[in-house]
Write a protein that binds this ligand. Structure first.
Ligand code: PEP
Length: 253
């Protein structure tokens, strides 16, 4: 059975106090509303990670994740945060290759391979993002484009390594725009991604990998997206900043 994951990407939002309130509300609601079958991952900015981890406490299905990590293990890289540092205080997940990092920080497929390897070596679970721009979608080449992102960044991993990676399919034209891919468009791409993984690693491995959808997911459209057979959860931006919305998305499973 694939893991069902609802991950919140806070991006560069929330003061320290706001982050603590949001975390406490989410943990409390998850407990009160007996949200047990879904894994919740909170991905706040770096300075929040430690306190978010503390506030999660013993909640067995809530985890903390980072939004990025360095492609290097340690050393003189001012301003960077390595995967081993994150792992050393209990961070469990790390988002790698978000389209905003690819675009604004010029992260290449090659660099992302190194980040994924660092994360895996440190025992973190990478949430690897892929997705096409509007131009590519309109040209009808979204499927080969996304497959190429996966091949180029991930296909040198072993079967054991890739089994520890969660994929997030995030069409760039749907991120933060309010424009969601239809459930059919999401299913079509998720199935194509799974088939591509099966072509390289075999059906058993491909069937074990969770593929999340990201792009303006909210309580009103989550149920339809999450009902699709190859959609195993969501990576949520805007709606993860409101505890009620985040929990309602998870509950719509
Ligand atoms: C994201 O940034 O990963 C994302 C999906 O954002 P939003 O939900 O706001 O579209």
């Amino acid at each position: 059975m694939r893991k069902k994951i609802i991950a919140g990407n806070w991006k560069m939002n929330m003061t320290y106090d706001e982050g603590q309130i949001l975390t406490s509300e989410i943990v409390q609601m998850a407990q009160d509303e007996q949200l047990k079958d879904v894994i919740l991952v909170l991905n706040p900015p770096f300075p929040h990670l430690h306190v978010v981890k503390k506030l999660i406490g013993g909640a067995s299905n809530v985890f903390v994740g980072a939004q990025n990590c360095s492609d290097k293990e340690s050393g003189a890289y001012t301003g960077e945060v390595s995967a081993p540092i994150l792992a050393s205080f209990g961070v469990s997940f790390v988002i790698i290759g978000h389209s905003e990092r690819r675009e604004y920080f010029e992260e290449t497929n090659e660099l992302l391979t190194e980040k994924v390897k660092q994360a895996l070596a440190a025992g973190l679970q990478p949430i690897f993002c892929c997705g096409e721009s509007l131009d590519i979608r309109e040209a009808g080449t979204h499927e080969p484009n996304v497959k190429y992102q996966l091949t180029d960044s991930l296909f040198e991993l072993s079967a054991e390594e890739i089994s520890k990676v969660t994929i997030a399919y995030e069409p760039i034209w749907a991120i933060g725009t309010g424009k969601t891919a239809s459930a059919e468009q999401a299913q079509e791409m998720h199935a194509a991604i799974r088939k591509h993984l099966a072509g390289k690693y075999g059906k058993e491995v491909a069937d074990s990998i969770s593929i999340l959808y990201g792009g303006s997911m909210k309580p009103s459209n989550a149920a339809e997206l999450l009902a699709k057979p190859d959609v195993d959860g969501g990576l949520i931006g805007g709606a993860s900043l409101k505890s009620r919305d985040f929990i309602d998305i998870a509950k719509s499973y």
